[in-house]
Design a protein around this ligand. Structure first.
Ligand code: RI2
Length: 308
């Protein structure tokens, strides 16, 4: 296994690289580097190496369909290429990787352009965990000259909310940090909730950091609009065939390092927010109803269904 793939896998597992988008970017870059330095002599061996990299990367974190779609996109391009020479196949990998990364960047900017319009002057926005898609959108609203406040949850157990808080402060946005269990206390006080996503299912349900579904529940009860900002490629094509998105369960040590022996600790990293709690998914195609997700993917990214 190439060092770049092993290295990216370890960093993803340890959460040094985190957030669905960053994980996908790291994975695709690692695959690209590994293919550039491949010693394979024939296409078959080259594809075998790619497939091994895929397996290792996919096992790093289970709930990452954007990473899976990204890596499959690259491998699919090699498989369907007429080229046989390794140097040509390396060029294919480099080209499709850059294309994928460029489109990902464009989607992020489109999401920011659309979503920032929902942030009004003088408003308060609550977010959970750290989503680079959400923070980029909020920075855009700030750059447009809007004055608003952000409330972020700590996001136990590993406190990604602190990353959000720091980013928002750096952007000059008035920011308040709260404990996760204080969401109900503050949700009446905010105008909008926006969270990111790790996965979107064929039914339009969204999988995001543990606690998101409780935030959505509280928002619904308070009649506070709840939005998800995410690229469409976080869609998991396996869900259309009836598979459930696997929820990664992380080490109990993240919750209590020196816990008394015999204590059961559960640490699911994500939970499912059902579509009826979601006002809209802010994506590169605009703000869509969660109900529209499968149809939109069929139209915009049909290859997603072919490369499972
Ligand atoms: P972006 C994160 O998961 C959070 O759940 C966040 O909402 C989601 O990824 C999407 O992040 P983790 O990697 O892709 O912290 O918008 O477990 O950056």
């Amino acid at each position: 296994m190439h060092e770049s793939v092993l290295n990216a896998t370890e960093r993803i597992k340890r959460l040094e690289i985190r957030g669905a988008r960053n994980v996908a970017i790291a994975a695709i870059k690692a695959v690209e580097k590994a293919s550039r330095e491949s010693k394979a002599k024939r296409k078959e061996a080259f594809l075998k190496e790619l497939s091994e990299s895929k397996s290792v990367l996919f096992a790093s974190r289970e709930t990452e369909p954007l990473m899976r779609n990204a890596v499959r996109y690259v491998i699919n391009a090699v498989e369907s290429s007429d080229e046989e020479a390794i140097s040509e196949l390396v060029t294919v990998v480099s080209q499709v990787s850059s294309q994928f990364l460029e489109r990902l960047e464009m989607s992020k900017e489109k999401i920011a352009a659309v979503g920032s319009k929902r942030v009004s002057n003088g408003s308060k926005v609550l977010t959970h965990c750290h989503s680079s898609t959400v923070t980029n959108m909020l920075r855009k609203a700030k750059d447009e000259g809007k004055s608003f406040e952000v409330v972020c949850t700590e996001s136990r157990p590993v406190f990604q909310g602190r990353i959000t808080a720091k980013e928002m402060l750096d952007a000059g946005i008035e920011t308040t940090l709260i404990v996760d269990s204080a969401v109900r206390y503050f949700v009446n006080d905010v105008d909008l909730v926006v969270v990111g996503a790790d996965a979107i299912t064929s039914e339009g349900n969204v999988i995001n950091k543990i606690g998101t579904s409780m935030v959505a529940l509280a928002a619904k009860e308070a009649r506070t609009p709840f939005y998800v900002a995410a690229e469409l490629l976080k869609f998991d094509p396996l869900t259309i065939h009836g598979d459930y998105e696997t929820i990664e369960e992380r080490s109990p040590q993240e919750i209590w390092e020196d816990a008394p022996s015999g204590l059961n600790i559960r640490n699911p990293a994500f939970d499912v927010t059902r579509r009826e709690f979601i006002h809209g998914i802010i994506c590169e195609e605009g703000i869509i109803s969660p109900h529209a997700i499968s149809e939109l993917i069929h139209r915009k990214y049909p290859w997603v269904f072919d490369v499972i």
